[in-house]
Design a protein around this ligand. Structure first.
Ligand code: NAG
Ligand code: NAG
Length: 316
């Protein structure tokens, strides 16, 4: 079983890069597709949803989703950003092909991938990354911060949630420029990890949601699973992978990184850093002592443990 899982994981990862035939499961980061089923979202109704785009030639292309978690920080999937590219984040977007006047474009100054992420073992988990924006988003009625769950919170079976994204509208399907959403209730870990569902591929650091006719699909990766708890929406999941047979294969719910398992890691990474202190070990040590967050010193250094993948070492 373990071998099978590892093999499946390898297929997944290769697939993300090269479109191999008959993958066991696949990431959702492709440019061209959207949420399967569901409906077009009311514009800006998920105001923390961002489009992560990479530069090719002189233009930018949508590849993944993400959530604005602080004015200068975006949470996305590790597999979206583990190749060296020039990234751009678009907040306030609805139709990614037209400028509607509500968009905010921000470049990415640093990419922090979870240190345990292994692109050859997606079933291991840790598919999460934080992006440091080079400018802060302006919060307004179209752009708002995501609420994150308390550390460790696990939602019950059938908790109402929506996936949102610009991903494929069907397996191998066509483009739709507008942000879509689909209702995907939580499938609890006991059910999701049972033999006729995902089995051992899903870990308790993941959230399963859906499993019926609607699902995430290529292009939704990194985006939010928006779950209703006590009347508000919290981002409980980062879209990670689906079955390689079909995005909406029955009893293969869309799998998300469970955000509540990574709150501590994110707090360590995204504590406000202070520019121009990188090169001064002595300064670090003092700041470290005064900080409640023990990871701050590590995140301030260019070759830090917690900054596996860096685009530009300086925090300017
Ligand atoms: C998957 O989605 C397609 C397109 O929406 C739909 O026609 C099909 O019935 C769905 N498959 C399942 C198993 O629900
Ligand atoms: C960078 O890594 C090297 C080797 O691991 C280490 O000696 C050095 O102190 C590190 N520099 C910083 C700024 O962390």
């Amino acid at each position: 079983m373990l071998k099978f899982v590892l093999f499946a994981a390898l297929s997944v990862l290769v697939l993300a890069e090269e479109e191999e035939a008959q993958p066991q499961s696949r990431f959702l980061e492709d440019v061209q597709e959207r949420v399967v089923g569901g409906e077009v979202a009311r514009p800006n109704s998920w105001p923390w949803q961002i489009s992560l785009q990479f530069k090719s030639g002189s233009s930018y292309h949508h590849t993944c989703g993400g959530s604005l978690v602080k004015r200068g920080w975006v949470m996305t999937a590790a597999h979206c950003v583990d190749s060296q590219r020039t990234w751009r984040v678009v907040a306030g977007d609805h139709n990614i092909n037209t400028n509607e006047g509500r968009e905010q474009y921000m470049s990415v100054s640093r990419v922090h991938i979870h240190p345990n992420w292994n692109r050859n073992n997606v079933a291991g988990g840790y598919d999460i990354a934080l992006l440091r924006l080079s400018s802060e988003a302006t919060l307004n009625s179209y752009v708002q911060l995501a609420r994150l769950p308390p550390s460790g919170q696990v939602l019950p079976h059938n908790n109402p949630c929506y996936i949102s994204g610009w991903g494929r509208t069907s397996t191998g399907g066509s483009l739709s420029a507008q942000l879509k959403q689909a209702y995907l209730p939580v499938v609890d870990h006991k059910t999701c990890s049972s033999g006729s569902w995902w089995g051992g591929t899903v870990k308790n650091t993941m959230v399963c949601a859906g499993g019926g006719k609607d699902s995430g699909c290529q292009g939704d990766s990194g985006g939010p699973l928006n779950c209703q708890v006590s009347g508000s929406y919290y981002v409980h999941g980062v879209t990670s992978f689906v079955s390689g047979k079909a995005c909406n294969e029955t009893r293969k719910p869309t799998v998300f990184t469970r955000v509540s398992a990574y709150i501590g890691w994110m707090e360590g990474v995204s504590v406000p850093t202070h520019a121009h202190t990188h090169t001064h070990t002595h300064t670090h040590r003092r700041r470290y002592t005064h900080s409640k967050h023990t990871l701050i010193a590590k995140t301030n250094t260019c070759n830090a443990t917690y900054t596996v993948h860096i685009h530009g070492c300086t925090d300017t």
